[in-house]
Structure formats: C-alpha cells, structure tokens
Design a protein around this ligand. Structure first.
Ligand code: SF4
Length: 318
C-alpha cells in the first residue's frame, strides 16, 4: 500500500513540476553573482533552452560557470517546490539538544537518534546535568545509537566544555563551536543554521552524493564541497538548500538505487540513468512521506504534518 501511494505521489510530483515548467517562467535571483544567470532566465526563455542546458550537462559537454549556477539554482528552486516542508530531521527544542543530537547522529540514522534522545534529555536536560552524569548510565541510554561508549564520552566532554568555557550555553559562532570536543564544521553548521538562524551548509553523506551526481563540484572533501557549493548560491539559501538536498537524497535519489524514472528534477540531472529509469519500477523505490512513509522525527514541524507527513514511531514501536 505505501508503495502504491508513493507511486501516485511520485507521479503527481512529476506532473506538477512539468506543468509548472510549461506554464511559468523561471524567477530571477537578486544576488549580484547571479546577474548573468538572471538575465538568461528572463521572460522569453523557455523549456527548450532549459532542456538544452540539461542535455549539455547530461552528455558531459563542458558547462560554463554561468550555466552551472543557473542549473544549480534551478534544481534548488524545484526541490523547494517538491519539499516545501523541508526541515532539519533531528528533533530538538534548544541549541544544546541540537548539538548533542548532531554529535550522536554519526554512524547512525536521524531516526535512531530521535528515538533515543527523549530519554537522554528527560534525565539530563542541561549541559550541567549531562556533564555530571554517571557515564555508565548515559551509555545505557545511548546504546541504541551504536558506538555508545565513544558517544557518551563525546557528549559528556562537550557538556563539560559548554559549562566550563561558555557558561553552560551553546555559542552561536562558528569559531567557538568548532572548538568544542566532537564538533566539526558539519555539526557547527547544522547548529548555526537551525538553532541560530545563521546560514550554513550541511555536507552530510546525502549532500556529498547528490552534489557530485549533479556535477556541482568534483571535490570529495567536505570542506571543499562546502566551499564549492556555497559559491553557487547566495548565503541566505544555504540552510534550506541543505535541507532540500538531504530530503531528496533520502526520498528519491538514494545511494544504491536512485529512482531516476520518478525523479521530478531528472531533466536537470547529468546522472539521470544511474538508477532505475523505468517509471513504474522507479516509483516503487520512493520513500516519500506523501506515499505514507513515516519521517525521521518523532515531533516534526506542523508544516510537515499538514503536508501529509507522519511522525516517526518511538523506540521499539516500529
Ligand atoms: S535523475 Fe536520478 S541521479 Fe539524478 S537526481 Fe534524480 S534520482 Fe538522482
């Protein structure tokens, strides 16, 4: 049943994007770096040119910088329409919970972290509480996330540093965040973007895979990917761009078998064909909330529920 619903949902998404492409003109961007691209996106340029751009990228012809910027921003705009409810998929109520949850998300799914953190934060709601905890009790709570001994050390060390160096508050600056034990740039940007409203690009495994498939960059190191992709977009787009890309990676553009035949941005993707292209078979690969699949969060935002998304089940319930 979920597969059928996913199939219907995928079909609807493809139709919606196709209809919109035919009926509307691409909006222009205000960022100065997009001037050339914006001119070419002006009214009068239609689907034929878009397809020419797509074909050029798809067959591996050199793509100009301007064309790359245009294509990248177009992908982001279309993803914004497909996932208007995109959001961070870790449950959190404050910056402390988010930084801890992000550290715990290494080597496991956001779902598993979300199923584990309610017990952790109920028992240790503040950095002071967690810093003073008995490690074996924290280990027992964190066991479902894997690597629970190392993660216990990380989150207790992090809490101690917050208490001793930042008065028990999570700092809102990149240079301070990356000094915390266990916090790299990826974690820091997740926290900045989602708990402090400061632009940040989250280069996780989905982001790395998709931006390389889209030929936004050939870089393989997260810092270089972050810099290369950041240069294609205005800073104000960074946080939501990260959510859009990660949502697409989880739902449609999977690591092993991307559902190319049901992908609404296929015409803009040079890697089309890397996955299943048969539309019916591709639809069966979708893991889409609109097809009835639960999300990662036990407490998703209202916009997600309004769009038909379902909360994830608590630990042990499924
Ligand atoms: S066409 Fe295929 S490879 Fe490209 S974004 Fe869509 S699912 Fe991913």
């Amino acid at each position: 049943m979920p597969a059928k619903k996913a199939a219907d949902s995928g079909k609807a998404a493809v139709k919606k994007v196709a209809a919109k492409r035919a009926a509307t003109k691409a909006p222009t961007d205000k960022a100065p770096t997009d001037k050339d691209a914006a001119r070419k996106d002006a009214p009068g340029r239609g689907a034929a040119e878009k397809d020419a751009v797509s074909r050029s990228a798809a067959v591996g012809k050199p793509e100009s910088r301007t064309a790359l910027v245009r294509r990248a921003r177009r992908i982001n705009r279309e993803l914004a329409e497909i996932y208007p409810y995109a959001h961070p998929e870790l449950d959190f109520e404050n910056p402390f919970q988010l930084v801890v949850a992000t550290v715990l998300s290494a080597q496991t799914t956001d779902l598993r972290v979300n199923q584990t953190t309610p017990a952790l934060f109920a028992k240790y709601p503040t950095p002071e509480d967690l810093a003073a905890a008995a490690p074996e009790e924290v280990e027992e709570i964190l066991r479902p996330t894997g690597f629970f001994r190392a993660k216990t050390k990380s989150v207790m060390g992090l809490s101690k540093a917050l208490v001793e160096e930042f008065g028990g508050e999570v700092p809102g600056r990149l240079e301070d965040l990356v000094k915390l034990p266990g916090v790299g740039r990826k974690t820091a940007f997740v926290v900045l973007g989602n708990a402090f409203g400061r632009p940040g690009i989250t280069v996780d495994t989905h982001f790395q895979r998709l931006v390389r498939r889209w030929r936004w960059t050939e870089a393989t190191e997260p810092d270089k990917i972050e810099a290369a992709v950041g240069a294609l977009f205005p800073k104000s787009d960074w946080t939501m761009l990260s959510h859009h890309v990660i949502f697409h990676g989880r739902r449609i553009c999977h690591a092993r078998k991307p559902a190319c035949g049901a992908c609404p941005i296929a015409p803009l993707c040079p890697a089309y064909g890397e996955g299943e292209t048969d539309p019916e078979k591709a639809k069966k690969l979708l893991k889409y909330e609109k097809g009835g699949f639960p999300g990662q969060r036990l407490n998703p935002p209202q916009s997600y529920l309004d769009a038909g998304g379902r909360p994830a089940p608590p630990l042990g319930a499924g």
